[in-house]
Design a binder for this molecule. Sequence first.
Ligand code: NAP
Length: 255
Amino acid sequence: MQRKTLVISGATRGIGKAIAYQFAKDGVDIAFTYNSNEQIAKDIVIDLEKNYGVKARAYKLNILEPNEYKEVFKLIDEDFERVDYFISNAIISGRSVVGGFAPFMRLKPRGLNNIYTATVLAFVVGSQEAVKRMEKTGGGSIISLSSTGNIVYTQNYSGHANAKASVETMVRYAATELGEKNIRVNAVSGGPIDTDALKAFPNYEEMKKMVANRSPLGRMGEPQDLVGACSFLCSDTSSWLTGQTIVIDGGTSFK
Ligand SMILES: NC(=O)c1ccc[n+]([C@@H]2O[C@H](COP(=O)([O-])OP(=O)(O)OC[C@H]3O[C@@H](n4cnc5c(N)ncnc54)[C@H](OP(=O)(O)O)[C@@H]3O)[C@@H](O)[C@H]2O)c1
């Protein structure tokens, strides 16, 4: 994977940051996006370049405006010669999910639409731009982060859960149509992972205990737990794997 380029959305924190660091350790150049944390993004660029000897650049992106990806990729073209991997990871939280992150009877179209836009439409536009670059170098690998909230009931989570179910379906369609370009498309679906996104849950502490009880491994997931699947899906060892969702849930979905 050395000297290849990863484009990943939302790598300032949580799962995206863990993925970016692992890929950099493996010698992959990193183009990542941030939304609000510009200074953190700048610090990460310096850290990745200094510690791993790769090229790293950060770009501002709002996934509520998926077409912004077109401008972001033009900037990436100026900084990087190729795009080999694209990981659609960023997720919205806070005010933009009001009416989307709620019990069923309090759901509102606007919040639900925002979550759909940020999850599915951002995946579509980001992947389209990535594909235009990947086909020039003979192929690539695309991953969408997903969540087991679409197979296990999770309080207030129906908006995200439906968007994740939808993005997994989009992954299968993209995989089917992009295979002829030697581009593989998969989803990595995590059980509850201890990040800022989960700390925003009103019942975070209770949920953490519940997840640890449900997992045969006795703990909640950490961002690092999803990294291996992403590395595997981008490497040649998964060369016949496409259109799938790999579930990494610490065994929590069955119990
Ligand atoms: N945490 C879990 O339990 C869990 C489980 C399974 C799957 N996942 C999935 O894994 C992915 C990452 O989740 P996470 O928990 O690591 O999230 P997180 O810690 O909340 O980080 C979110 C990232 O998205 C960026 N972001 C926020 N709002 C944005 C916007 N409007 N436009 C563009 N970027 C924006 C943030 O950038 P700034 O820092 O610059 O704001 C940050 O880098 C998501 O797709 C999530 O659904 C999470």
